[in-house]
Design a protein around this ligand. Structure first.
Ligand code: ATP
Ligand code: ATP
Ligand code: MG
Ligand code: MG
Ligand code: MG
Ligand code: MG
Length: 269
């Protein structure tokens, strides 16, 4: 019979490998746009920071958090986004491929689906690709250092890119000349070039560009409904400061979310 035939093929299922991730560890999924240097040029991203693109990334990540309650928080910058799962999550039995592909798929399709919402008349010329990886962090300290590492990366890149593009767009240097000018410079030198030659105070640049975006869940008291509502908020706080982790000490705990009176943007990030 058909059924017997099917069961004789079924042994192939055993070829699948068990990729369930170690329990009681932090699961981080990081996605990154493929060849976004090129993608950003072909879609006329403004340099060094296209805010439409950053907001679209944030919105795509927001759709991930909205759908997957097991994602605790997310951090994004440039063409990348990191998703941190709640430590005791059992989503998809912690199977690595399931977690990674589902998050990547939701993110990538949202990026395309909501393109027009952020880019308006600028057409999407071809379907973008995102790569992804899963990393496990055993301790809170490791996870915090991971978050600090990604945010330090924003700072280094953004200071370089801001200075580079200011030299090109306002200083009329060619990209090659700007690159040469910045070769071997440290942060202080770049701040100095911006301030002395272009009267730009780097500290006044938008927080979203300097620090990236942290999406976290919060609970707010809704007066009209007389109940608490769970929301996802975008913040640009400095995670490199230990003060941040003190003030957000409940962030990594799987207890109830911080309840607060919040007057910032809610879902429309
Ligand atoms: P890979 O496929 O190896 O990731 P890549 O070209 O995507 O290659 P990345 O190191 O990921 O390289 O860097 C992403 C690049 O995308 C940036 O260097 C920048 O040129 C561009 N980019 C991403 N987001 C923005 C943005 N919001 N505004 C302007 N440019 C951006
Ligand atoms: P899971 O998330 O576990 O995969 P699922 O609902 O996607 O759940 P599947 O076992 O993957 O379950 O089955 C896919 C289902 O999607 C089918 O059972 C059918 O109902 C529907 N489906 C998929 N493709 C078609 C199609 N071409 N025409 C009609 N129905 C379809
Ligand atoms: Mg890469
Ligand atoms: Mg990339
Ligand atoms: Mg990148
Ligand atoms: Mg299915």
């Amino acid at each position: 019979s058909q059924k017997m035939a099917k069961s004789s093929f079924e042994y192939v299922k055993k070829f699948e490998v068990d990729d369930s991730l170690l329990p009681n560890t932090w699961i981080v999924v990081r996605l990154d746009g493929k060849c976004f240097h090129k993608f950003s040029e072909e879609h006329n991203f403004s340099k060094p920071n296209d805010l439409r693109a950053l907001r679209l990334m944030n919105y795509a990540a927001f759709t991930v958090l909205r759908e997957f309650n097991d994602v605790l928080l997310a951090f994004g910058q440039s063409d990348e986004y990191s998703f941190v799962f709640k430590k005791p999550t059992t989503l998809y039995k912690r199977r690595a491929a399931k977690l990674l592909t589902t998050i990547n798929s939701k993110f990538s399709s949202s990026y395309v689906f909501y393109w027009k919402k952020f880019f308006g008349e600028e057409p999407l010329k071809y379907p973008p690709t995102f790569d992804g990886r899963v990393v496990l962090y055993p301790s809170d300290e490791n996870l915090i250092d991971y978050m600090k590492w990604r945010q330090a990366d924003v700072h280094i890149n953004n200071l370089y890119n801001t200075t580079f593009w200011t030299l090109v767009l306002q200083g009329n240097l060619t990209p090659a000349q700007a690159e040469k000018r910045l070769c071997g410079t440290v942060s202080a030198d770049k701040n100095e070039i911006l301030f002395q030659e272009f009267k730009i105070n780097y500290n006044s640049e938008p927080e979203i560009c300097k620090r990236g975006t942290l999406l976290i869940r919060k609970s707010i008291f809704n007066k009209n409904l007389d109940k608490n509502s769970n929301i996802i908020v975008d913040t640009h706080d400095d995670m490199l400061k230990d003060r941040f982790w003190k003030e957000h000490s409940s962030l990594l705990l799987n207890r109830s979310k911080e309840t607060l009176m919040y007057d910032g943007p809610v879902t429309d990030i």
